[in-house]
Design a protein around this ligand. Sequence first.
Ligand SMILES: [Fe+2]
Length: 393
Amino acid sequence: MKFSFYNPTRLIFGARCVSKLGEAAASYGSMALLVTGRGSVKRSGAFERAVESLKTAGVSFVECEGVEPNPRISTVRRGAEMIRRHRCDLVVALGGGSVMDAAKVMAAAALYEGDPWDMMYVRGRKPRLPDKALPVITVPTLAATGSEMNEGAVISSDELKVKTFVEAECLFPRVAVVDPELTLSVPRDHTAYGVSDIIAHLTEGYFNGVDGTPIQDGFAEAALRTVIRWGRVAVEDGSSLEARTQVQWASVVALNGWVQVGTRAYFPVHMMEHTLSALHDVPHGAGLAVLNPAWMSFAAPSRVEKFAAFARNVMEVQDRDDGSAAEEGIRRLREFLASIGCPSRISDMVDSPLEPVDYARATLDVAGDERGLLRGRPHMDLSDLEGIFKSVV
Ligand SMILES: [Fe+2]
């Protein structure tokens, strides 16, 4: 194991800690771009609480509202333009993953020479990464992406029908204000999709990393057990602050880098899901619920012991035979995702799915390497991808 780990984001966590937002913001500036989505923060009262805290601390703001799910590069351009026009000195993201991702890239785009799409990873060209950004404070209102405390952002191009990502050190938020109370009003379906996203962040690193990382495996297994146990409660009783708190913490832990330290993990299931989101605009966690167990069934035969460990340590499978334990673990995960209301097939989400080979090609176009392979364990070529998509169309 060899690695360098860095995460400079200050994490403020706990019920009602949104009241600390203003104080945190005031230490970075006095004029914020407040980035929000399509109105749920106003209906839930989160907006009112955040604004009250900003005002008390003497921080003014201009609102960039209407960030859509699967945020568009055109929205990023609009936010960057607002930052320049209003001379903002910091960015506050109040919303789910889309809002936080868009806000992080807006903060970099405002100081970037050229078009922000040039920052994005697209096969066949080298991204021109940003090296500076305005300070960002994230206030997540949904437990899912982990974007509140990491250096990544996922952005889509409406013209190109591509969903891809950027990762750069300057994109780490300065502060993440994570208040589980803000997630109490998240509806049942999006709570379930968030749980599916968190599970995928943990399983991707667990199954696609290098060998010999027992501490990381233990972290991932503990976070997985937690999100499965409390995710079910959060879906059944959205008003349970205990459940919302445990799921929110799992969300942060799953993708702030700590669980994956040293694993050098690649995220192939995410790469496949980005194709579904880009082509059909389906919720990310819903697409993952379809693809993650399908990918596991494909990958398990090549690493039976690891999948058997997952089955026993996470899904409570007792079977002593590795092969049948591995299968049973995947079956239980699939059953869990369905039981909380996630889709199992592409046709559950989309009226007329494309041919499996079209999904496979689109995935390789964005995330393949020079040999057409998608990394992960095992590597996947066009026919492997086609087979996985075919199993869930
Ligand atoms: Fe994700």
